[in-house]
Design a protein around this ligand. Structure first.
Ligand code: FUC
Length: 767
């Protein structure tokens, strides 16, 4: 049912105008652009379709398009669980209980790490190389990435001819598509090659116009192939054994597809050549306009759903210049640049995580290194989760799905680890995983942290909270239930208090306070409480087993409550060990403030204690640690400090192409900041006293963000908001209810509105 009013129509027309504006031309908030080619990888511009990622350098006489495929990893199917480890568990626990931490660490290092102790690395795939003889000293050079179309382009003028290259990664056709065009017929001449950094790989020309790159990774594991079809219009083509030279063409299109022998984490019998042939064979028409039409329809449907616009004063300048000016000026981030950073985060998620692909890893899908930092894996003690923080609120629910597929694999391997290393039922994942769905502790003592699976389950529950999709909940429930079973089997009573704790476990912050291994760090307890509560609710919704429900309730009641320490801070551990002003990059014990939702103003004492700890943590350090502080401060109600963290992230931890830096490139900060900005504009994690969803509009708008508009921001219980504000005042708010649930809106001026909705109903709530 639609509740139309005049003002609603005005609001809708405004929202439609915003959408149309975003569709037709990329404004400064949806475009990165530069006046020179990329001199380094961190200046190149990313495109991706989840499966394939590519970085366009925009060179003039030489162009490099470095590409990746999401399944090209070192290694082979492997069970990392350490045989016999369970026998040492009682002794490790006993040493921890007695406070003999160094001995516990030593024993765990010797007996409780996976085999081998390091996981496998994500690999670069190859490079498309183009050479344009005589292309020197161009005029009017411009390189840009249009987030609204997903097209990276390079253009320049030479001897009166405008040369243009457009690159996109098509999800519907699973291909990279590059078109070279020129303003005058017959003026395109170039040499085309394709190679790979992997020793022993081979390029050869087949069937006249296809360059075929094939190889096998250095550990003898996965095999790979990429096929590059070169399709000139006009001109002449000369072929050598491994390259093509084109002379005087009107236009040239290149289409690249790539595949490996990976089928799933237990099966690597795929045939990459057949796979490439199959992908190419499925493309309905190898014509640029037809490929482009399908790509644009797919990309725009996702991207235009939710766009943030805020006016700034550096909008028309090249992106690197905007960065330079902002860095020089210090202080607040230009709001226009902040909205570009938000939209870019959503763009990057669309480009690195699509149904059927691997989830976004530490570098999304973009990596040029044979030995990437932290193997470019999925780190589960903050990083991979942060990648998915913007998925639901940012209206990209389907981009969340690859994470759920990853979890399905982790359930299988995690059961083995639970059984072999803990003698437990259920499934467990520690602080990292790779393509082979590793679940055992790795690296060092910091790997002995058993709650990665609980954190991942939070994403299943969040997906349900936002979508209300019961079909999905039926799929997710058994996964959550088995995650609970692991904890039901492995929690141990604290000898002093009797509370049930994880042991052994690890808290990144604790290594600074006392030794390493520990029992029941606060984040573990928060994660388990959230898992149990969500599983209980899911069980009730699906009318599940009442006995299991009872068991969960009983065990949940034995978990420690939030403890407030002697400085009034939220305690990070069972013991009151916190050091005031420990500005550690991790914010583990604040998990329940964000992304969890157990700490809210409804419990003023714990909320105040959490804020105390948050203020101790101060400013971030790595990109992701700035990023985490944004939603945390937004939930603490301080938009100005949240904005400050965003400003510092962009000023200190951002490459010229706006990729986030941990130290090296690591994409989590991009995603975390995007989610953080959303949290400054809309929050929906609370319920009012009557159980109805409580939604705060503009709860943490910082003073410098005077004017802005955002469409399609999502709230839990299926609400979608279009908001506008001016001079810091909310001037328009329209909501669409997908599920027909009631909600209570908390407006920035303190007013409360109670709303009944029906599925599909539209409501203009402000003005
Ligand atoms: C976590 C962090 C590091 C880094 C790594 C990939 O363990 O503590 O800073 O982000 O993951």
């Amino acid at each position: 049912m639609l509740h139309f009013t005049k003002s609603l129509l005005r609001g809708l027309l405004g929202a439609a105008a915003l959408l149309i504006a975003c569709r037709l031309s990329a404004g400064p908030e949806t475009r990165l652009w530069y006046g020179q080619p990329a001199a380094a990888w961190g200046e190149a511009l990313p495109v991706g379709n989840g499966h394939l990622g590519a970085m366009a350098f925009g060179g003039v006489s030489k162009e490099r398009i470095q590409f990746n495929e999401d399944t090209l990893w070192l290694g082979a199917p492997h069970d990392y669980a350490r045989q016999g480890a369970a026998a040492f568990l009682p002794q490790i626990r006993e040493l921890i209980a007695q406070g003999r931490t160094p001995e516990a660490d030593k024993l765990a290092r010797e007996t409780f790490l996976g085999t081998p102790v390091r996981q496998k690395a994500y690999q670069p795939f190859g490079d498309i190389r183009l050479e344009f003889p005589g292309h020197v000293n161009p005029a009017d050079y411009r390189r840009e990435l249009d987030l609204s179309t997903g097209i990276a382009s390079t253009s320049y003028t030479l001897e009166g001819v405008r040369h243009t290259r457009e690159l996109f990664a098509s999800y519907p056709d699973r291909a990279l598509v590059l078109r070279l065009s020129a303003s005058k017929p017959g003026s395109i001449s170039l040499a085309v090659g394709i190679n790979s950094p992997h020793a022993g790989s081979l390029t050869r020309l087949v069937t006249g116009n296809t360059l075929r790159l094939s190889g096998r990774l250095r550990d003898g594991g996965l095999r790979f192939e990429a096929w590059l079809q070169v399709l000139p219009r006009g001109g002449s083509t000369r072929a050598s054994s491994d390259s093509l030279a084109i002379e005087g063409a009107d236009e040239v299109m290149l289409v690249l597809v790539a595949a490996t022998s990976f089928v799933n984490f237990q099966d690597v019998t795929g045939n990459p050549a057949e796979r490439c042939r199959d992908i190419l064979g499925r493309i309905p028409e190898l014509r640029f306009d037809s490929l482009l039409t399908r790509h644009l329809a797919d990309h725009r449907a996702l991207f235009s759903r939710n766009v943030l616009e805020m006016a700034g004063n550096t909008g028309e300048l090249p992106t690197d210049e905007r960065l330079r000016r902002f860095r020089k000026g210090g202080g607040n981030i230009d709001p226009g640049l902040a909205s570009l950073f938000y939209n870019y985060g959503r763009y990057l998620l669309i480009a690195s995580s699509r149904p059927g692909s691997q989830p976004a890893n530490l570098q999304g899908v973009w990596n040029e290194l044979l030995d990437p930092p932290w193997e470019s894996k999925w780190t589960t003690n903050i990083n991979v989760e942060m990648n998915y923080w913007p998925a639901e609120v940012g209206n990209l629910s389907e981009c969340h799905l690859p994470l759920f597929d990853l979890i399905d694999g982790l359930v299988i391997s995690g059961r083995r680890t639970a059984r072999t290393m803990y003698g437990a039922t259920g499934w467990v994942v520690h602080h990292n995983t790779d393509l082979w769905r590793a679940t055992a502790p790795v690296n060092n003592i910091d790997g002995v942290w058993p709650t990665g699976g609980a954190w991942l389950c939070h994403h299943l529950w969040e997906h349900y909270q936002f979508t209300g999709d019961r079909e999905f909940l039926r799929r997710a429930y058994p996964v959550m239930q088995e995650a609970c079973m692991f904890f039901l089997d492995t929690l141990v009573p604290d000898p002093k208090s009797g509370w049930l704790l994880t042991s052994p476990s690890f808290s990144p912050e604790l290594s600074h306070a006392k030794g390493s291994l520990t029992a029941g760090p606060t984040m573990d307890i928060q994660l388990i409480r959230a898992l149990f509560s969500a599983t209980l609710e899911a069980n009730e919704i699906l009318c599940g087993d009442a006995g299991f429900r009872e068991r969960l309730r009983r065990t949940r009641a034995q978990l420690p409550p939030h403890l407030i320490g002697r400085h009034g801070q939220l305690q990070e551990w069972i013991e009151d060990l916190d050091k005031p002003n420990n500005a550690h990059r991790h914010m583990s014990p604040l998990w329940a403030l964000y992304p969890g939702n157990d700490i809210t103003p409804a419990d003023p004492a714990v909320f105040a204690a959490a804020k105390k700890l948050l203020s101790w943590r101060g400013e971030g350090s790595t990109g992701w640690s700035y990023a985490w502080r944004i939603p945390l401060w937004a939930r603490a109600g301080d938009g100005d400090f949240a904005q400050r963290q965003l400003a510092q992230l962009v000023a200190k931890k951002t490459l010229p192409n706006l990729f986030d830096l941990c130290g090296p490139f690591q994409i989590d900060g991009n995603f975390g900041a995007t989610a953080g900005i959303a949290e400054m504009l809309l929050q929906s994690h609370e319920r009012a006293a009557d159980g109805v969803r409580l939604i705060r509009l503009l709860p943490a708008l910082p003073a410098p963000w005077r004017e802005g508009a955002v469409n399609g921001l999502c709230a839990r219980d299926g609400f979608v908001f279009d908001l506008k504000w001016k001079d810091g005042v909310l001037t328009s708010a329209v909501l669409r209810s997908k599920l027909g649930l009631p909600c209570t809106l908390l407006l920035p001026d303190g007013r409360t509105l109670q709303l009944k909705t029906t599925p599909g109903s539209l409501h203009q709530v402000v003005p």
